[in-house]
Design a binder for this molecule. Structure first.
Ligand code: 15L
Length: 297
């Protein structure tokens, strides 16, 4: 049985993954926080991605790494820099020095959050990050590309949408991934022997998806869930959001901190296809309010 290191294992996504992968692999769990209540087949070790010495210690003798560690939403530059830029470099470099070839990188839909919702994008589009957080995820993909090409590492980048038991809002009807589909995707990343460098979208088989996820399907991903089953309930609860955020796949991440001049980040505003949407947008642009993304608890 393969031994898999999961960084950031104490977080929500890590917790779902541990449950779903139980019995399939030996799991080595790492986080800055301590991880309690270990199940059979799990071992835990503390590790801070910002410290190369920690990364060198925890990446020894594993078959693959699922790198979830880091800061998981938009945040101050210093935090993003340390946890997601320096931390990601440390992880790849430590893996290389320890001879671990396979890395599954938890990228995010926010690496491409400035694509519009009326566009269907595949794994070949260039990143359009919607935040410092999104930039850090694009950086992780590019470090992965470098380490694959230069050092022969096998890198599987998952642009993850929202891993939750049920999609919480309208935007997530398009980018939701159920925990069991996420585990299916992760297993493809661990077990497909032909991976060199790949980008896939971490989404279920959602009817409202913005993604052409044929690359994941080509590699063997077979999602079983579709957010549509939750649509009626979700839409009935949905409060009217900021119409600017509704243009872009990244939602509110797109508008964080633009303050009084939203037009500076709206180069594609003229492309708002529907007249109704355009007039709602105009109204919103005249208001100074710009919502920010959810703060990390
Ligand atoms: C992400 O990348 C975040 O890690 C997660 O907390 C959600 O905000 C998710 O994207 C999303 O877009 O729903």
């Amino acid at each position: 049985m393969k031994t898999i290191l999961i960084t950031g294992a104490a977080g929500d996504v890590g917790t779902h993954l541990r449950r779903e992968l139980a019995g399939k692999y030996h799991l080595r769990l790492s986080d800055m926080r301590s991880i309690k209540a270990l199940a059979a087949g799990e071992k835990s070790t503390r590790g801070d991605v910002e410290k190369m010495s920690d990364m060198l210690r925890i990446t020894k003798s594993v078959d693959a790494i699922v790198h979830l560690g880091g800061f998981s939403v938009e945040g101050p530059w210093q935090m993003i820099l340390r946890a997601n830029i320096v931390g990601c470099y440390n992880l790849f470099e430590a893996a290389r020095r320890n001879g671990v070839k396979r890395i599954l990188f938890a990228s995010s839909n926010h690496a491409t959050g400035f694509y519009q919702r009326d566009q269907k994008i595949d794994h070949r589009v260039y990143p359009k990050p919607d935040s410092r957080y999104g930039v850090s995820k694009a950086f992780g993909e590019q470090i992965g590309s470098l380490y694959a090409d230069k050092y022969g590492m096998e890198v599987f980048c998952m642009r993850i949408g929202n891993v939750t038991v049920a999609p919480p809002d309208k935007r997530r009807l398009s980018n939701w991934i159920s925990p069991r589909d996420f585990a299916r995707l992760v297993s493809v990343g661990i077990d497909n022997p032909d991976i060199r460098f790949e980008i896939v979208y971490g989404v279920s088989d959602n009817r409202r998806s913005w993604y052409d996820n044929s690359n994941a399907h080509r590699l063997g991903y077979r999602p079983q869930d579709d957010a549509e089953g939750y649509a009626a309930e979700v839409l009935a609860k949905e409060k009217p959001g900021d119409p600017r955020a509704e243009i872009y796949q990244g939602g509110n991440f797109v508008f964080a901190e633009i303050g009084g001049d939203p037009s500076r980040v709206l180069p594609t505003l003229g492309k708002a296809r529907k007249p109704k949407q355009a007039s709602r947008l105009k109204k919103a642009l005249n208001s100074k309010k710009a919502p920010g993304p959810k703060k990390k608890k």
